[in-house]
Design a binder for this molecule. Structure first.
Ligand SMILES: [Ca+2]
Ligand SMILES: [Ca+2]
Ligand SMILES: [Ca+2]
Ligand SMILES: [Ca+2]
Length: 322
């Protein structure tokens, strides 16, 4: 019995609990979240929160000559996700740091790392991204539009595929070297100065189990409720009729036509399992029908206009006859 209990505990602690997506939306500092991100700073990075975006300024020189200046780094383990059949990391970020900083793992970097061979690293400058899976594998560089937010996404399915996306477009995919998250996996990210000052802005960072296409269940907890609605409306606002919603929104595309529009909203409402009814998404709200008094005013105004026109015409007709 004791062995069975121990086995059950192992099974239930190895699998993520309800809510299999973790998101940091930059509405508070990362180390103030529950659970907190472990923060490690070097020298004196400055940070602030501005309208749901974490802004980090890093400089060179205050703590000695370059290379190496301010650094603001955050880290978490991914132990809860070991053994899942699918996994994604997605973040939206922009930085004004120069591409010459990339050699020093700056100005911004995100690393899904481990003690094993399998890892996925982004190093991001204002107009270029470097993707690394392993130092023994080809290192990839991609140019990006400077000084605007970009969405970076990684999808892993079993051990059979990895796919990197930038702004919804596939930039690289293939068969990974092994399963991930695995072997003491961690997720970390930082803003740092190597040879130059820079500012990095993070809108969000999300990771977890890839939700099932067309399920409406973003966090894969078996419910379609308020926890999913925030992300559904984000997809809706970024998509619309016949606009591809991108890989991060397939779960919200109920009718499988690639967009997330008001047809999908209707299906989301139908699939809703939360308390009461969901608050109608602004993009799909039907304009209110005018109240009786408003109708009355409109009809009266029309009548006055018609009567006025008739009077003027009859007056002209009589004058003409005279
Ligand atoms: Ca945000
Ligand atoms: Ca859910
Ligand atoms: Ca559609
Ligand atoms: Ca759709």
């Amino acid at each position: 019995m004791r062995v069975v209990y121990a086995t059950l505990v192992l099974v239930f602690t190895a699998v993520p609990a309800l809510g299999q997506v973790v998101s940091y939306e930059a509405t508070s500092f990362p180390d103030d979240t529950v659970p907190p991100w472990e923060r490690e700073t070097f020298c004196t990075p400055e940070r602030s929160l501005v309208d749901g975006v974490l802004v980090i300024n890093v400089e060179i020189g205050e703590c000695g000559p370059p290379p190496g200046g301010d650094s603001d780094a955050y880290r978490r383990d991914l132990d809860d996700f070991e053994g899942v059949q699918s996994f994604f990391v997605e973040f939206r970020l922009k930085t004004d740091g120069n591409r010459s900083e990339i050699v020093g793992q700056a100005p911004a970097a995100v690393a899904a790392g481990s003690l094993g061979a399998v890892r996925y690293n982004w190093t991001i400058a204002h107009d270029q991204v470097k993707l690394v899976r392993d130092v023994l594998l080809p290192i990839l560089f991609f140019d990006i539009d400077p000084d605007v937010f970009h969405t970076f996404r990684l999808e892993l399915r079993d051990t059979s595929s990895y796919t990197w996306f930038i702004d919804g477009a596939v930039v690289d995919s293939g068969t990974p070297e092994g399963a991930y998250p695995s072997f003491f996996p961690t997720l970390g990210w930082l803003a740092s100065a190597f040879e130059m000052d820079s500012q990095t802005q993070l809108d969000y960072l999300r990771y977890g189990v890839i939700p099932v296409d067309g399920s409406g269940d973003f966090d894969s907890d078996g419910a379609v409720d308020a926890n999913d609605q925030f992300y559904f409306e984000e997809c809706l606002d970024n998509s619309g009729e016949n606009v591809d919603a991108g890989p991060g929104c397939r779960w919200a595309d109920f009718d499988g036509d690639s967009d997330v529009d008001c047809d999908d909203w209707d299906a989301f409402e139908t699939a809703w399992t939360g308390a009461g009814d969901p608050t109608v998404a602004a993009a799909c709200a039907v304009p209110p029908i005018p109240a009786v008094s408003t109708w009355g005013m409109m009809v009266m105004t029309l009548c006055v206009m018609i009567l006025g026109t008739l009077l003027i015409r009859s007056r002209r007709f009589l004058l003409h006859r005279v």
